[in-house]
Design a protein. Structure first.
Length: 352
């Protein structure tokens, strides 16, 4: 779709402004806003998706919440002609790859990702040239042009299964997350995996020192740890040293954390759980298990890119029909294949 969307009228649009940091603000995510968002979404024939790291009011207004791949898969099957993806740019691109005939909007196209930006298509092409016989496995947290140069993508929940599906003697280039790559290498025992030294700066900041200090204060607590975190190896070390029981260390995707929380709620657990990931995840965890106390390992681990999707940004997007994701057909076709291969392997937690 190339034609520009027509502007819709909204009495709240005049309140929107850019604040001193450049964020769209001026609107509170209250009942009046929520009613207007639902009206505008219906007028746009739009489904609203929100990643687990978004602001609580954005998660609450969405039709579906979840991790980026689960949301893109939902969107591909959803009957609406327009997808509004409340997340960062690569996520909206993935939705476009899986739904090329639909219009995909992101409330603020400036919402990038430090992890996705840690490898470019040019860098991947040069790396491939150094290892011409290697298979490229790219985390789904990559740009569309990087996916287009990839053999198979993976999520944090199926990365181990994806690598296990590749013949043991096949050399692998794993990008861009060094911590997820280290987790995969540890779990598979393979020594022919070359790992790109990229990282999410938020997850990297959830480091071993912070984890150790918090875990020692809560020795009986479960640890939910996202494999992008810089503390994964430290958590396993603490378990080996007996600081925390091995059974308490659970390395999980965001969707996996929700499933684990739901199981804890069913069991009637009322204990504290330490969570190592971006703090937006706590909103969904508390909803899934209201009787469990969730404590962030690093309470300051808030992604500034995710938080760019404000109530004002979402209303602006629906009213003005901005910002739209555009990908050329060749990129979509090339990127679709590794994403489709990824979907067929391993468990991917569902959106909610």
């Amino acid at each position: 779709m190339t034609e520009k969307l027509t502007q819709l009228d909204s009495p709240l649009l005049a309140h929107i402004h850019k604040d001193a940091t450049g964020l769209y603000n001026g609107i509170t995510g209250n009942k009046e806003w929520a009613t207007e968002i639902r009206r505008l979404a219906a007028a746009r024939d739009a489904v609203i998706l929100a990643h687990n790291y978004e602001l609580p009011e954005i998660q609450d207004i969405a039709d579906y919440t979840g991790d980026s791949l689960a949301l893109s898969r939902i969107a591909a099957k959803d009957p609406h002609s327009t997808i509004v993806f409340c997340g960062v740019h690569f996520m909206a691109e993935t939705a476009k790859i899986l739904s090329p005939d639909k219009r995909v909007l992101i409330p603020d196209a400036r919402a990038g990702c430090s992890l996705a930006n840690s490898i470019t298509a040019e860098e991947l092409a040069a790396w491939k040239a150094d290892y011409p016989d290697a298979i490229v496995v790219s985390y789904v947290n990559t740009t569309a042009v990087v996916k287009a140069l990839t053999d198979i993508c993976c999520t944090s929940s199926n990365a181990v299964d994806v690598v296990k599906s590749i013949p043991a003697d096949q050399e692998i280039l794993f990008c861009p997350d060094q911590f997820l790559g280290a987790h995969v290498k540890r779990e598979t025992g393979r020594d022919n995996i070359h790992i790109w030294m990229g990282e999410c700066h938020i997850h990297a900041g959830i480091n071993g020192d912070v984890l150790a200090a918090t875990a020692r204060q809560h020795p009986d607590s479960d640890l939910y740890i996202h494999p992008e975190c810089g503390c994964t190896t430290s958590a396993l070390y603490l378990a080996q040293e007996g600081v925390v029981p091995q059974k308490h260390v659970k390395i999980l995707s965001t969707g996996g954390m929700l499933e684990e929380a739901e199981e804890a709620e069913k069991r009637g657990d009322q204990e504290n759980v330490l969570v190592a990931t971006e703090i937006g995840m706590l909103h969904q965890l508390k909803a899934a298990a209201p009787d469990v106390t969730f404590t962030p390992i690093n309470p300051h681990a808030a992604c500034p890119f995710m938080k760019m999707i404000t109530p004002a940004a979402l209303l602006r997007c629906l009213t003005l029909g901005e910002d739209e994701i555009h990908l050329d057909k060749d990129t979509i076709d090339a990127a679709y294949r590794p994403v489709e291969r990824m979907i067929s392997i391993g468990h991917t937690p569902a959106a909610r």
